[in-house]
Design a protein around this ligand. Structure first.
Ligand SMILES: N[C@@H](CCC(=O)N[C@@H](CS)C(=O)NCC(=O)O)C(=O)O
Length: 238
């Protein structure tokens, strides 16, 4: 039996009807997209991607301990998984998972080049990086945020170090992960390098990665998001 997918209003074959992609005219009058985020968390990657895209959106801060939002809403009703990020689309649907959100945001403004077009080989390269950052880096930070023992954290730092060795090599002479174009994969990796620095993993061990982090940290959208999330501007590179 063939799988059938619901064609959404305004869909054109090969294109996705995206929030904010219709130049302000919407089929559903729900309002602008809303990012549910927690300062400094992995949601920051999506926040950066949204600012880079130039698409209109609003934010709602989530307290991960109480699971309540700054507007007093029960966050579990927004995202039953209870974690950030979640993105409320302009038709009211909720989309979750960093990798999915980054691709969605990348597709909102194709002209920004934040995600190579679906159907191209480069799109699979993007998926490859997103999968890597999600499973081989993001999830590996768990012991640092969930009260792991000193020994566990040491082990994880070692593993993350090996992953950074790979990224450092892969960057080569390229400006960004996919070459000369900044993509949503860079947004995600950037948050990982911030977490590494917070946990005393000095980027000086990975010179290309350190240079890359400085380059990304100097982007106006990144500076703005760090300010919006109440974090100091990146001045220290490694
Ligand atoms: N698989 C999820 C993981 C998201 C995640 O790890 N979120 C963390 C913050 S970086 C969180 O909200 N943790 C709180 C919790 O799990 O209760 C994704 O990729 O979006």
């Amino acid at each position: 039996m063939n799988a059938r997918f619901q064609a959404l209003p305004g869909a054109i074959v090969g294109r996705i009807p995206l929030a904010g992609a219709r130049g302000g005219t919407r089929d559903h009058a729900e309002g602008p997209m809303r990012l549910y985020y927690t300062p400094g968390a992995c949601s920051q990657a999506v926040h950066i991607a949204l600012r880079e895209s130039g698409a209109p959106f609003e934010t709602e801060r989530v307290d991960l301990k109480t699971k309540r939002t700054e507007r007093g809403a029960d966050y579990r009703k927004v995202n039953p998984k209870g974690y950030v990020p979640a993105l409320k689309l302009d038709d009211g649907q909720i989309l979750t998972e960093v990798s999915a959100l980054l691709q969605y945001v990348g597709d909102i403004r194709p002209e920004k080049g934040l995600a190579p077009p679906a159907g191209t080989f480069e799109r699979y390269r993007l998926a490859e990086w997103l999968g890597f950052v999600s499973t081989e880096l993001h999830q590996q930070f768990s012991p640092f945020f969930r009260g792991g023992t000193l020994e566990e954290r040491k082990q994880q730092a070692k593993l993350i170090g090996l992953r950074f060795d790979f990224v450092n090599e892969s960057l080569g002479d390229g400006r960004y992960l996919l070459g000369d174009t900044f993509t949503v994969a860079d947004c995600y990796l950037f948050v990982m390098t911030r977490w590494a620095k917070m946990n005393e993993m000095d980027l000086v061990r990975w010179p290309r990665l350190a240079a890359w982090a400085a380059r990304v940290g100097a982007r106006p959208a990144v500076i703005r998001v760090l300010e919006e999330e109440g974090m100091a501007r990146e001045t220290k590179v490694a």
